[in-house]
Write a protein that binds this ligand. Sequence first.
Ligand code: G6P
Length: 612
Amino acid sequence: MCGIVAYIGPREAYPVLMKGLHRLEYRGYDSAGICLLNGDIRVFKCKGKVSDLEAFVAGENISGNIGMAHTRWATHGEPNTINAHPHFSQNKTIALIHNGIIENYSVLRSELKNRGYTFTSETDTEVLVHLIEDIMTNEQVSVEEAVRIALNQVIGAYAIVILAKEFPNKIIAARKGSPMVIGIGKDEFFVASDATPLIEYTDNVVYLNDEEIAIIERDKELKIKTIRNQDQTPYIEKLVMSLNEIEKGGFDHFMLKEIYEQPRSIFDSMRGRLHLDQGTVTLGGISDYVQKILKAKRIIITACGTSWHAGLVGEYLIEDLARIPVEVEYSSEFRYRNPVLSEDDVVIAISQSGETADTLAAIDLAKSKGATVLGICNVVGSSIARATNAGVYTHAGPEIGVASTKAFTAQVAVLTLLGLLLAQKKGTLPASKFQKILVELDSIPSKVERILKLNEKIRDIATIYKDVKNSLYLGRGYNFPVALEGALKLKEISYIHAEGYPAAEMKHGPIALIDEFMPVVFIATRRGIYDKVITNIEEVKARKGKIIAIVTEGDESVKKLADHCIEIPDTEEMLIPLLATVPLQLLSYHIAVMRNCNVDQPRNLAKSVTVE
Ligand code: G6P
């Protein structure tokens, strides 16, 4: 996920672009870059945040009325200056910025290399700009036609902006799968990933549709055509937004925004990996290690915090699907307890930030004992991504709220794919069952969308329980890690004491706490250990505890017992954590807001724990 912004008009482009980049920085801050067209075509870029770019260009000639800028969240290639956008074509007359992922970049890259193109970066993006130059040179076509031809060869997602030295009054922009809005002012145009960079200049906007190309020229009408060369009439809409509303993309907090991003982030984490039509799963990052995992005596998953909870779901998934023994270890314990490890073990480290010190130390320990270490990380080029032998990225996009939400579901999505991949290779699942799970997994993003529609109802429940002092979260099987994660979300952002427990273990202790003031959240979905959970609910009810239950749509039995039911769509048992976690995130969020807590930056916590 990256942020892009472009401008053409009578103003100086630089301040407009920089202000825009600051607003888009939530989309990523691995590196930033700018391109200005003023007779010559100049690019300035550097690793780091937008403020680093500002310091970098200080003293340079930055005048010009046409330009574009980019803030990067690295996906392909580590976050450094070379991989920063804009990228130049070989003859340095065309520059391009990109948000998205070009999935077939390696094929395109080898073809272009064979034709004499030299690549300077490790990004997927660079293939596009060389391809456009190649088409312009060989086919003698305009830049917009070259873009159109090039995009017909591209598989993946993109929002791109292109500037060409030969066309000093023209911006070409296109999108598929990644957002792009065009602002139309008086004698000026803006292009951006969201409306935040253009809100103070115009309220006339056109949202580009998938596979559309915009040809933007000063003193001319906006022209839009599809990549199949059909002219489109621009549909101009009025922007109804105020400045302070949009700073977090219209959400009050990053956490809420990130909760709402989950249909997309789960989808992105599975894109190019789940092949429904072929009935297969691929995980390119670990393809060389699949045999090693299949032969491993056991898998050890190590992580901290929310990532550890995802690891627990991973244990259930991999054992269930692929019948390989899995152990889950807190990195902080693992690193200090002299564990038995050998070359036959595969260790999987899970981390959103890729910087957690305990997890890094656990990796070092595992490597020193000869184990193979794989990573599941969200941040490209992070220390953990570099320290592991290989890995799989979750494509959740930057997570800014300290309490992890979309990173968790992305990790679980990747672990599900891993379980399925191993099961398929090992033949531990009947083909029909495998395909059924694949179909269900593919439908998870749309089911999460449905759950998000329950927001109002969940807020009403939060109103009732916002002042409690303690709470209990109970679940069994796949819903036990969900209970742990639900409790963690509540305690970290609302400061209410919350404990997650396996539902049946309640009678060995926590039941002593239950009275009419104790809310108990049950994850009581119909698939799995359902009847036994109903018995546990009865036990709480008998002691006058208040029951909030996450149930399957259409449930009747729990409804008779619970004070509140939140109904989620039915799915395969092993996929329930991807759904059941979402209402619990919303419940914690609303309670924390009602208690006036700093939701995005809870006290004493940090997003990335780089100390022991
Ligand atoms: C901190 C964060 C948590 C996160 C944990 C592990 O405690 O506040 O949200 O789950 O670190 O972080 P990691 O980046 O390794 O997933």
